[in-house]
Design a protein around this ligand. Sequence first.
Ligand code: PLP
Length: 365
Amino acid sequence: MSELPLNPNIQPFTRDDDAAAADAPPAPRYELANNENPLGPSPRVIEAIAAAPDLGTYPEYSDIALRRAIVEALGRGLSPAHIATGCSGFETLELIARAFLRPGDEMILSSPTFSGAYKKVALPLGARVRDVPLEAGSFRYRADAVLAAISERTKLIMLCNPNNPTGTVISAESMRQLLAGLPEHALVVADEVYHHFVDDARYPDSLAYVLEGRNIVIVHSFSKAYGLAGLRLGYCIAKPAIANYIAGLQRGFHQNKLALAAGIAACRDQAHVRRSVQFLRGEARWVCQQFDRLDIRYWKPAANFILFETRLLADELQRELAQRGFHLRAQTRNKLPFCMRLSLGTRDANQAFVAALEAILRGAG
Ligand SMILES: Cc1ncc(COP(=O)(O)O)c(C=O)c1O
């Protein structure tokens, strides 16, 4: 291996089987780490997958039926030409990076954010990543600082909204300011995979900017409100010239038959999305009330997860929780050593989590 010319920007991966061989804790009873939808997918999706056609032949070459279903669900006068699909939101981010980043180009992100993924799609291309952090404590987006950091090499500006892991929103005013100052050679990537959950009047109408023909691409996923994280389906929305350019990187037959059938069925069951959103907003309110009762600091969530802070080191708290069967993510890597991110689960799971947290904090004095 050593004589092969390796790309220093590719981080060798510790695979799960390697991790399992090490001293990994037993599988958790409560998986509250991945911001999934505890209600899972619509029953219509399960039916569509069960009825999916012969897997011995290739799927349709074109994903046009899926793109039609997506724009019907989105409305707003979008056409299938505004959509490029990917095999997950993550892969969609990768297609966008590959389409726009050349060696020496820059991506700007604002930490704490979904940095691991953004770096993973940018660095192997020889691009540089510049961090213009959110305001400490409030996690407010600093559009003025981002604009000041843009150079001739800046191609992508990552705007995660609601932001993972903080759960906070970037306001319409910040996005307006950013787009107003954006040079022609830069593209805003609005990662809005949690958009369904937002109930905040300050949230920007980014689709309107796409329809105006601005340099913006919005990323959506079927992993969140649609409850289809296991299927790996996502897409982006941009003006047709950009969407078609990104689609130029898709592999032949890039969407498999199950994903096509399931994605279309999911788009046609918006009642399931509404139920999921209502349920998860209710759980967010309930958990926040519990955090208030326990005097735990948290950031008001606009998504299906909550960032909270305790006086324990988050890595330690993560271990304590793991021993009790809960998997949550400490935010140490995001330079928030006392913060954890809770993905909202069923009421049973959330109740059990709060009880475990209370016991741990009481035990810690
Ligand atoms: C902000 C953000 N963007 C994109 C993704 C990717 O989602 P997926 O690859 O499951 O579609 C995630 C997943 O957690 C996310 O949190």
